[in-house]
Design a protein. Structure first.
Length: 277
């Protein structure tokens, strides 16, 4: 994404409310708590740089600088949502970002709900402590989770869909170790099988189309036509946020409640088995 040759109109300093907010939002962040920021190679100081924000939102630093300067352009909802997560904006701040950037209020961000997820199901999630655990619906919206899940996945308040996060947010590549082979490839294989089993689902097809349109590598992998039903038993590596980039091998335990087999009950268990050299 970039400005290209589009005509841009500069806004005077006193009028550039969006730019002033963006500067204050990025300068208040703790870089140690943001996946993808190498705090060992930069002088530790509060806030993110323009370059870091640009990288984490998938745009050029020239493009992002123009945004902070108040130059007008067409901003996609996808970019504004990535910026919301990168800057860790709350719902009020997110509304300000959309209103000042595109002149409208966004749809509220909230977890999906499912009638099958009741208090007993939440209690089962909480019983998995200290392992992160969560439940997704057929098209991978998170409908419930426990507290460790929120610690491992700080993006949950900003993006409720695990597949969209994995493919459309640059931060995912920092947390999912060996992103292309161990995560992206099997995730797409699961989406392919889910669509084959549920061809009437508009949500699954939109999920596929949005991912393939928004991620070139995903489009390339999709053409390989792989299939995978579930990740149960797979061991993959995850880089923990807020923990000095600790890498944790996890075994994925995937279950389905009999009351609604379209739900996925996922537990991420640390794999303590010694790795082969």
């Amino acid at each position: 994404m970039g400005i290209g040759d589009r005509h841009l109109k500069d806004v005077g300093p006193s009028e550039n409310e969006l730019g002033q907010l963006l500067v204050s939002w990025r300068e208040r962040l703790d870089p140690r708590r943001i996946p993808g920021i190498d705090t060992q190679r930069r002088r530790l100081r509060p806030g993110l740089t323009q370059q870091e924000v640009a990288t984490l939102t998938g745009v050029s630093v020239t493009w992002y600088r123009a945004l902070e300067k108040g130059q007008q352009a067409d901003f996609s909802d996808g970019f504004l949502q990535r910026l919301t997560m990168t800057l860790r904006l709350d719902e009020t701040e997110r509304g300000m970002l959309f209103r000042l950037a595109v002149g409208r209020t966004p749809e509220p961000t909230r977890l999906a709900v499912d009638a099958a997820v009741d208090d007993s199901m939440q209690a089962l999630l909480d019983a998995q402590l200290p392992n992160p655990a969560y439940i997704t619906n057929l098209w991978w919206d998170i409908v419930a989770h426990n507290e460790p899940q929120a610690d491992w996945f700080p993006w949950i308040p900003y993006e409720r869909n695990t597949m969209r996060w994995a493919f459309l947010y640059p931060e995912a590549r920092e947390q999912l170790v060996n992103w292309r082979d161990d995560w992206a490839d099997p995730f797409l294989a699961q989406i392919r099988v889910a669509i084959a089993h549920n061809p009437e689902s508009k949500e699954l097809k939109k999920l596929r189309d949005d991912i393939l349109a928004g991620n070139q590598e995903a489009a390339e992998l999709w053409r390989e036509n792989r299939s995978q039903v579930h990740p149960d038993g797979d061991i993959r590596r995850f880089r923990l946020p807020h923990h000095q980039k600790e890498e944790v091998p996890v075994k994925i335990m995937a279950l389905a409640p009999l009351r609604n087999t379209q739900l996925r009950f996922i537990v991420l268990m640390r794999d303590w088995a010694p790795r082969q050299p």
